[in-house]
Design a protein around this ligand. Sequence first.
Ligand code: ADP
Ligand code: MG
Length: 333
Amino acid sequence: MLEVVGIKKVFTSGIFRRRSIEVVRGVSFRVNKGQTLGLVGESGCGKTTVGKMIVRLIEPTAGRILFNGIELTRLDPRKLRKLRPKIQIIFQDPDMAFNPRWKIRDSLGEPFKLNRLVRGREIIDRVLELIETVGLHPEHLNRYPFELSGGQLQRVALARVLALQPELIVADEPTSSLDVSVQAQVLTLLKELQRRFQFTCVFISHDLNVARWMSDRIAVMYRGKIVEEGKTESIFGSPCHPYTRALLGAILVPDPEAGRTWRIASLNHVSPEVNLEKAGGCSFQDRCPHAEKICREKEPPLAVPAPDHRVACHRFKDLVPVQANVTGKVCFL
Ligand SMILES: Nc1ncnc2c1ncn2[C@@H]1O[C@H](COP(=O)(O)OP(=O)(O)O)[C@@H](O)[C@H]1O
Ligand SMILES: [Mg+2]
């Protein structure tokens, strides 16, 4: 089981590290063994930073991360090294994950050698077994990364992670760089593998529909905080936070001003003049169609709108209820 308690991350930059920005601002959640938590939100809200802190690629500024009751954030380097193979991450871009000069065979054999799991002939057998587990053929082992498609490479990335028999996988937008049709195949594979090997998963996505399909629970992040969290069916069936509702009903349009990021057509565009850290109150106030005085003055605490569901909004009780229709699309009554 994974438990994340109040983790924060402050990045500093500039001369004498005088500029600092808190990109993760106290995130807590729990993922039960063998289950998947979908971590969703727009680009830049801090999802990858959370994922990297979980696998200890970066150090949290504050907070605790517990894995099967062991506090990773306090573990001495030797013990952490032993645990590391059990906690793995897969990134969006499979190209970056491989040495372009190595054949797939060598990339897949590497984790066995590095961790001294097996040696010699047995490595060859295990590599063969792995490539078939992810639906590829032995002949793919003799290829170089550039000779494989994005979908095939992401399968190899999965195989390499599985080599270590992980108990936890953070999948950070693993299919976002793939074509839609290939995306579905890789996600189906990830689900099948999870059923077979029973690993716990944190599935990061900016796409709520993808997260819905993959996850038992969903946590919606906004500007470094979780604004709503609950079972997938509660988040989709009765979303409480105006941001979650906007995401569900959203048409995402490209936002040229912000470069790669997208904005949600139905929300107020973020005004750069509002300095939220100084303003206080709810971090969604400047885009929220329902914001009123209290939202500008007081940070909303996490409320419990229904059993096993959390929302950080002062006004969730005043909003009109929503109902999901048969196609799963949310309509606002
Ligand atoms: N190493 C870093 N140094 C400074 N700022 C960073 C660093 N990594 C990420 N950020 C900033 O933190 C914010 C959150 O980034 P990220 O976690 O990648 O968001 P997401 O994965 O949700 O798109 C962004 O504004 C990003 O520019
Ligand atoms: Mg990211």
